[in-house]
Design a protein around this ligand. Sequence first.
Ligand code: HPA
Length: 307
Amino acid sequence: MRKIDVTRLPPSAAKESAYWLKERFEHSGSGVCKPKIAVILGSGLNDTLQNSTLLQRFYYQEIPHFAAPTVQGHSGVLDISEINAQQVAILRGRFHFYEGHSGSRVILPVRVMKELGVETLIVTNAAGGLNPTFRQGDLMVIQDHIGLPTLAGSNPLVGPNDDALGPRFVPMGEAYAPEYIQMAREVAAEHHIVLREGVYLMVSGPTYETPAEIRMMRILGADAVGMSTAPEVIAARHSGMKVLGISSITNSAAPETAKNVNHEEVLAGAQMILPRLNTLLTGILQRLTAPAFSPIKQTGVRSILYS
Ligand code: HPA
């Protein structure tokens, strides 16, 4: 069994990991490591976004303060790739509370991304569909979340605050950027992908929900349930990043199906979604990395400016 270090990481951890990544990246001749966008790929979703140009790959085991994933469906790889001549960091796998990690390690990848200069975080996850209209294989853009563990004490920001990173008390009113939600809607429509919208509820796991818990979650107004994401989004908002969240509905979370749900079903559901998730994320990343000034689209403006 792999040993997990459950202790809180030192405040310098993210800086040390980022320093190591920058050094390695530059020594390999790829230039300066400066992604502005990072994507975290959740359970069973690690194999998406393979078509961008890979600049460099790092394995979690080798990155200081990172750890090897313990869960099937998480590759434990950080890719720095290039889309439209812009670097994008793709984190294939994440750290969960249920593995025994401290909140500080759960949010370490987000803090490291911040150190590298990331301004936009895209989080994806596998989730059970609480909303009875959702089906296995659906995609859902996250409008908001309910973090049961983060509400009740397991908030990754508990402890001394790093004022250089963000404020002590963090507003979560627009945790998921409305303009990114709109962008996701538009890209989905362009590609004829049905995109659900809803509230993601985080549990610590690793148990799936009892029927009574599922009924409670529905009453609370949640549409999907999963074991991740809320801490990462909290860390991202703390340090001023803009966030987009996409849930892959890998199984139904209904009182009637609660006794049969298992990780294999979740991975099979994720597999079903991969091609559409890939199209959606690729389209969103194309938009986010598109040059701000496009001579093709703005020929009228150019002719006024330069004629
Ligand atoms: N419950 C909690 N977490 C999950 C589920 C679920 O049904 N599916 C995928 N992650």
